[in-house]
Design a protein around this ligand. Structure first.
Ligand SMILES: O=C(O)COP(=O)(O)O
Ligand SMILES: [Mg+2]
Length: 237
């Protein structure tokens, strides 16, 4: 058995990223960003651009829209404050309108729940947007905890939100597997001492996760569920 196989076999719980992993939210975020840019008299951004800007939370998304700078630095604090207020107003209205659960997510979550795995959402999206989105997409009942980008002082790639989710679920970090679409997720998982699984779809800020950077790379959550022990408390022999 390789060490990655051992990590998968000893999994007892999962923390799962939201945008780009559970739900395809780019069209909602694109619409909210462009409504904000229009209000500021700035030109539209494409769906592909917004896809590259997603993953480090709302403030970074707004900064990237204003500057097109992947580091998220905004030169003008006043424009940022104005942009953030406009973005929050528009996203509150748009959140969930075009969002689509990725193929294999519901099947995967149902199988994992039946197998007895406690699961939590760990996202950089603020909690006030995360909870309604989970309700609207029908995913809420699968999760014991929901940690947003504003639930802990530091968001992913810091380990804090994964640690917080494991405390809320009362599970050990060592036997938790974190699943996500970006390097952020892999870094956070490794910093927390958890296993790390990447998905082959999603946004990944333009840098798709490579198989060698994580313990497994999967095409869907259904595929991941099939790789884990059929009962959360048992290991494959
Ligand atoms: O940047 C966001 O708001 C989305 O982040 P997530 O991929 O951690 O869900
Ligand atoms: Mg993501």
């Amino acid at each position: 058995m390789t060490s990655s196989q051992r990590i998968l076999a000893s999994t007892r719980s999962l923390t799962i990223d939201l945008d780009g992993t559970l739900v395809d939210t780019v069209l909602d975020l694109h619409q909210a960003c462009n409504a904000m840019l229009a209000e500021l008299g700035l030109p539209d951004r494409s769906v592909a651009e917004i896809g590259r800007f997603i993953g480090r939370g709302t403030n970074t998304l707004v900064r990237r829209c204003l500057t097109n700078d992947q580091t998220g630095q905004a030169p003008d604090e006043e424009a940022f404050e104005q942009g953030l207020a406009a973005y929050l107003k528009h996203y509150t209205r748009i959140n969930g309108k075009h969002a689509k659960v990725y193929p294999g997510v519901k099947e995967g979550l149902a199988a994992l729940q039946t197998a007895g795995y406690p699961m939590a959402v760990v996202t950089n999206k603020p909690v006030k947007f995360t909870l309604p989105l989970l309700e609207a997409t029908g995913l809420a009942p699968y999760f014991k905890a929901v940690i947003g980008g504003d639930s802990t002082p530091n968001k992913k790639p810091a380990p804090d939100p994964i640690i917080c989710a494991c405390v809320e679920m009362d599970v050990s970090l060592m036997h938790n597997l974190h699943v996500g679409d970006s390097g952020n997720d892999i870094q956070a998982a490794q910093a927390a001492g958890c296993g790390a699984v990447g998905v082959t779809y999603g946004y990944a800020e333009g840098y798709p996760i490579q198989a060698e950077d994580c313990n497994a790379l999967v095409g869907s959550l259904a595929e991941l569920a099939a790789m884990l022990p059929a009962h959360a408390h048992e290991e494959h022999s």
